[in-house]
Design a protein around this ligand. Structure first.
Ligand code: NAD
Length: 336
């Protein structure tokens, strides 16, 4: 079994999770951490070489892969260095905060024939995988329409959370809804056809820009999703419900990471699906990491893997365009 030598770039809250995941994964070896803020070295009790410059970290340690856990800005600088050393990259979501820039990054990695997988860890949750199985089992038939609700009071000042969302444009869409849109595409196995959306910010919001997203998403396979996502709900208890109406019944997920049920039309009780227990943020990231290694080993589908994230990011972009113009945005394949 090959051991992949990993340089982790970015040692913020997410990077710290990655460092634990990499060290637990039998196929991975954490050989260096690169973080521009030298202060974080003090918090780094690991006996891992620490760098502030990515090129030096790569040059001196000869890694097989890079995990880029930095904020989604100016990623081209680091990708250029990774490409110079012929290194595949696992990069955190969202790839960029601008659709055009994201397209350019994908083009750049494609030109270099290097994998750049974007870290959509929610795809690997048992609730997600079991929902896909349920749909394929035909127990309640094919999905036709759905309601996706995520109402959260996110305290952006909390120490364990990144700070840039407090001042960035459309923080909910780029940072959080991107996970939801990606799950919607992944679970219903279809790309987006059209988007109609509004975004807004409640008067009490601690965020500079919009934390409320209301959208109607129409997929190419005809499924219509009513999406409500926000970060400044005025309850500290997160409300999550993803309910799918199918030909012969319903599927409901009642919690963000678990609580999956289905109910055939004629049944009066919801049947709970037994889900494998996981350690959230760790086991899902570990499965993602293994998927990344498998993709490198398979040496195929590079362009498909690299461009996949654009098909979710285009929904974010369309929400922004729709909110600005008040119009429904049609999405064509040449948009991504
Ligand atoms: N997939 C998930 O569930 C999940 C969860 C949290 C965060 N994230 C994503 O992970 C990324 C990082 O999030 P975070 O919360 O750790 O952000 P953060 O801003 O708190 O931390 C990022 C760290 O990267 C460092 N950094 C910035 N540019 C760098 C560079 N070029 N080279 C080396 N270090 C650099 C910063 O100094 C900082 O310490 C973001 O894209 C975020 O959206 C994903």
């Amino acid at each position: 079994m090959k051991t992949y030598r990993v340089v982790l770039v970015g040692y913020g809250p997410r990077g710290k999770i990655w460092s634990q995941v990499i060290q637990k994964n039998k196929r991975a070896k954490l050989i260096a951490i690169c973080e521009i803020n030298y202060q974080t070295k003090n918090q780094n009790s690991l006996k891992i070489p620490f760098y502030t410059k990515i090129e030096k970290a790569i040059f001196e340690n000869n890694p097989d892969v890079i995990i880029l856990s930095t904020p989604p800005v100016s990623r081209i600088k680091d990708l250029k260095i990774c490409a110079k050393y012929d290194l595949p990259v696992l990069v955190e979501k969202p790839l960029a905060l601008n659709f055009k820039e994201a397209k350019n990054l994908v083009k750049f990695m494609n030109q270099n024939k290097l994998i750049m997988m974007v870290g959509l860890n929610f795809r690997y949750l048992p609730a997600t995988l079991e929902k896909i199985k349920l749909i394929n089992s035909n127990k309640v038939g094919q999905p036709k329409f759905a309601r996706f609700v995520y109402e959260r009071w996110r305290d952006g000042t909390t120490k364990r959370l990144n700070k840039y969302p407090l001042t960035m444009d459309q923080p909910m869409l780029w940072e959080q809804s991107i996970h939801h849109f990606d799950l919607i595409r992944y679970v219903y196995d279809s790309d987006i056809k059209s988007v109609f959306a509004t975004t807004s910010n409640p008067p009490w919001s601690m965020y500079k820009n919009d934390t409320n997203v209301n959208a109607i998403l129409e997929l190419k396979n005809g499924i219509i999703i009513n999406y409500v996502g926000n970060w400044q709900s005025n309850s500290q208890i997160l409300n999550f419900e993803w309910r799918t109406e199918c030909e012969k019944g319903i599927i409901i997920q009642k919690k963000q990471f678990e609580d999956l049920y289905y109910k055939p039309f004629k049944s009066s009780v919801e049947k709970k699906i037994k889900l494998r227990k996981i350690k959230m943020w760790f086991d899902d990231a570990n499965l993602l990491l293994n998927d990344f290694f498998d993709s490198i080993k398979a040496k195929k589908n590079i362009y498909k893997i690299n461009s996949d994230h654009l098909k979710s990011l285009v929904i974010v972009d369309a929400c922004i365009k729709s909110a600005k113009t008040g119009k429904k945005i049609q999405i064509k394949a040449d948009n991504y």
